[in-house]
Design a protein around this ligand. Structure first.
Ligand code: C2E
Ligand code: MG
Ligand code: MG
Ligand code: MG
Length: 277
């Protein structure tokens, strides 16, 4: 089972690792092919403003045409190689282009939030590309938002904060995604220049299950105290919506309102009023 690989190096290479390795190669190949054949596409999921009942912005979620692999699976693989940079650029260009088209049609455009992986965020050309793409499409920078996770801080904390500040200065809003899944918690909020937190679905589900939703209420209250908006993710039931609303959650996203939809359908719900729900 143990293989000798070069000088002084023992590599344990068991069956499980072999399968994992093969899967990675496989996913990498699928991604490379999808990029080459232009089979990446974006689904848009509305985030609803609880006060107005309207879409406050969309989240762009990446899909592969005709291939049913979740980004939760292929993004981590892409992040282990340089593919994520290429994919990330495509997503930015696609979203900016879509907003431009909606604008040209005279539609009530909404901002679109793009998920940015840590590797992409720390890439030295990232901000330049972002600015350039926004300019090329002649859209207001505030129509693009970014979703990052606490993992962006792992590389170089000081530099990351400077970058976040530079992005904010451009008028681009930033959300801290997957909040409650990592080590972060409230400490990060005291020094990260962000506009909102996206409470992970698992966090909300956990406290609902434990019948301790008050903890979520308190977190929302702390976030508000720090001047941050709170988005609840993965809202599926009317009861959840009502309870989170009572706890003053600002925005909500989830199947209760809408699944991620294609661009044609997104166009139809740009100004949809969810109050009638
Ligand atoms: P995320 O950014 O936290 O996105 C939220 C995920 O929750 C999405 O999964 C969305 O489809 C799903 N979701 C939304 N509402 C509900 C609900 O009511 N119930 C349930 N069960 N799920 C809901 P998706 O689209 O599979 O994406 C998974 C993750 O992949 C994202 O998590 C994000 O981290 C990553 N991702 C997606 N698109 C991109 C991208 O363009 N770039 C990067 N770097 N990452 C991306
Ligand atoms: Mg996200
Ligand atoms: Mg999230
Ligand atoms: Mg997530």
């Amino acid at each position: 089972k143990a293989k000798f690989s070069g000088k002084n190096k023992y590599l344990l290479f068991n069956e499980e690792m072999k399968i994992e390795f093969n899967e990675k190669i496989n996913i990498e190949n699928i991604l490379r092919k999808a990029i080459k054949e232009e089979k990446l596409l974006i689904k848009y999921q509305p985030v609803v403003d609880v006060d107005t009942g309207k879409t406050i912005y969309f989240e762009a979620l990446l899909r592969l045409e005709n291939i049913n692999i979740s980004p939760a699976v292929f993004i981590p693989t892409a992040e282990e190689s340089e593919i994520i940079i290429q994919i990330g650029k495509w997503v930015i260009a696609e979203v900016a282009g879509q907003i431009k088209k909606w604008k040209e049609k005279g539609l009530p455009v909404k901002p679109v939030a793009i998920n940015i992986s840590p590797k992409q965020f720390s890439d030295s050309k990232f901000i330049k590309y972002l600015v350039q793409t926004i300019k090329q499409n002649e859209i207001d920078p505030s129509l693009i938002e970014l979703e990052i996770t606490e993992n962006v801080l792992l590389e170089n904390k000081q530099e990351t904060i400077e970058r976040l500040n530079a992005i904010k200065k451009l008028g681009i809003k930033i959300a801290l995604d997957d909040f409650g899944t990592g080590y972060s918690s409230l400490n990060y909020l005291t020094y990260m220049p962000i506009d909102k937190i996206k409470m992970d679905k698992s966090l909300k589900d956990k406290f609902i299950e434990l019948d301790k939703i008050q903890i979520i209420d308190s977190m929302i209250s702390i976030a508000h105290g720090l001047g941050l908006k709170v988005v609840a993710e993965g809202v599926e039931e009317l009861e959840e919506y009502k309870r989170l609303k009572k706890g003053k959650c600002d925005y909500m996203q989830g199947y209760f309102f809408s699944k991620p939809v294609g661009k044609e359908e997104a166009e139809k719900i740009l100004d949809y009023d969810y109050k009638s729900f």
